[in-house]
Design a binder for this molecule. Structure first.
Ligand code: GLU
Length: 301
C-alpha cells in the first residue's frame, strides 16, 4: 500500500491512484480519481460556438473548489481532485482537452458568478447550487447531483441536534461560507444574526470547529461528510437534511448551445457508467454517501 501511495502522490499513475482508492478501506488521506477520460481529438464543433473556441485553443479554464474533500480538494501538487473535478474532466475531454491542458481556478463560493461573468473561467463545477438569484448573472447546465443542507458538530456536542435547536442555544455559534446558499438559509433558525460566523471556505469553518471557536458548521451534507471523514473522528453530522441543493455547472449567461453540450456530456457519462465510477472513486468513498443517479437536466435557458 505504501508503495502505491508514493507512486500516486508523485503523480506517476492515475490508475494506481484508483487502485489505492478501491483497496484503501478506511484510508482517506488522498482523493481518488476515476480513470481519466481520454481527450476526443476528432471533436468538431460549429464555428463561433464556445465549444469550437475552446477546442481550437486546446485549453480550458475551469473553476472548482480546492478545500472540499470528495468534490474538489487540492493534492500535494496543488491539483484539485474529486467528483466535480472528474465531471469537469469529462466535459474537457469531449472538447478534445486532456487533463494536463486544464487550468484549475480556485473558486470560493462568493466568487463564482464573478469568475464566470468576467470571463476568468470557461465553466464552474464547484458544489454550485442552481437558484434564481444566480441565474440572473449566469446560466446553469445540469443538475448533475442533488445534495441537501445539514449540520456538523463536535463529536461530544449533544446540544445541537438540528437547525431547530439553534435558537435555544444562542451562545453556540454556527459557521458557514460567505456567498453560499446554506449561509443564507440558516438565518431563519438563529437566535440573532451574530450567531452565524462566515468564512471564505469550509476548511476555515472546520478549523474553527476544531478550535472550539464555533459549535457547529452548516453546508451541504456531502461536503460535511468529507470533512467528518478527514476529522480524525472529531466531528459528526446531526439532524436530517433540510434543503435541496441541485448542483449545476455555471457558464456564461445565455449560452444555451454550451449548456446543451454539457447536458449531453453528462448523459453520456451516466450511460457509459463513468458517472457512477467517478462517484465511487471520489465522494462515494466516504461513509454515509449513496451512489446517485444522474438527475434529469433542466431546460437550457
Ligand atoms: N451548494 C451550496 C452553494 O452553492 C453550498 C456549497 C458551496 O458553498 O459551494 O452555495
Amino acid at each position: 500500500m505504501r508503495n502505491f501511495r508514493t507512486a500516486a502522490l508523485a503523480g506517476v499513475a492515475t490508475t494506481l491512484l484508483a487502485l489505492t482508492a478501491c483497496g484503501g478501506g478506511g484510508e482517506l488521506s488522498e482523493e481518488g480519481a476515476a480513470d481519466q477520460p481520454t481527450a476526443e481529438a476528432s471533436a468538431s464543433f460549429e464555428a463561433g460556438t464556445k465549444m469550437a473556441t475552446i477546442s481550437e485553443a486546446g485549453k480550458i479554464k475551469i473553476g472548482t473548489k480546492f478545500d472540499q474533500p470528495g468534490f474538489g480538494l487540492a493534492n500535494l501538487e496543488n491539483v484539485p481532485e474529486g467528483f466535480d473535478v472528474d465531471v469537469a474532466e469529462h466535459i474537457a475531454a469531449k472538447l478534445g482537452i486532456a487533463p494536463d491542458a486544464i487550468t484549475w481556478v480556485p473558486s470560493p463560493s462568493a466568487q463564482r458568478e464573478d469568475l464566470i461573468a468576467n470571463g476568468e473561467v470557461d465553466l464552474v463545477v464547484a458544489t454550485y447550487t442552481i437558484n434564481d438569484k444566480r441565474k440572473e448573472r449566469i446560466t446553469f447546465a445540469g443538475p448533475y447531483y442533488v445534495a441537501g443542507q445539514q449540520i456538523m458538530v463536535a463529536k461530544d456536542n449533544s446540544t445541537i441536534t438540528g437547525p431547530e435547536s439553534l435558537k435555544a442555544n444562542p451562545d453556540q455559534k454556527i459557521c458557514s461560507v460567505t456567498g453560499s446558499t446554506p449561509a443564507e438559509n440558516i438565518r431563519q433558525y438563529l437566535a440573532d444574526p451574530s450567531q452565524l460566523v462566515e468564512f471564505a471556505g469550509y476548511s476555515d469553518c472546520a478549523d474553527q470547529l476544531k478550535n472550539g471557536q464555533v459549535a457547529a458548521v452548516t453546508t451541504d451534507n456531502v461536503i460535511l461528510t468529507g470533512l467528518v471523514a478527514k476529522s480524525d473522528d472529531a466531528f459528526k453530522l446531526v439532524g436530517e437534511q433540510f434543503t435541496e441543493e441541485p448542483y449545476g455547472i455555471g457558464i456564461t449567461k445565455g449560452d444555451t448551445a454550451f449548456c446543451e453540450f454539457i447536458n449531453e456530456t453528462l448523459s453520456e457519462m451516466s450511460e457509459s457508467g463513468d458517472y457512477e465510477k467517478a462517484w465511487n472513486a471520489t465522494a462515494g468513498k466516504y461513509e454515509g454517501t449513496e451512489v446517485p443517479t444522474l438527475p434529469t437536466a433542466d431546460a437550457c435557458v
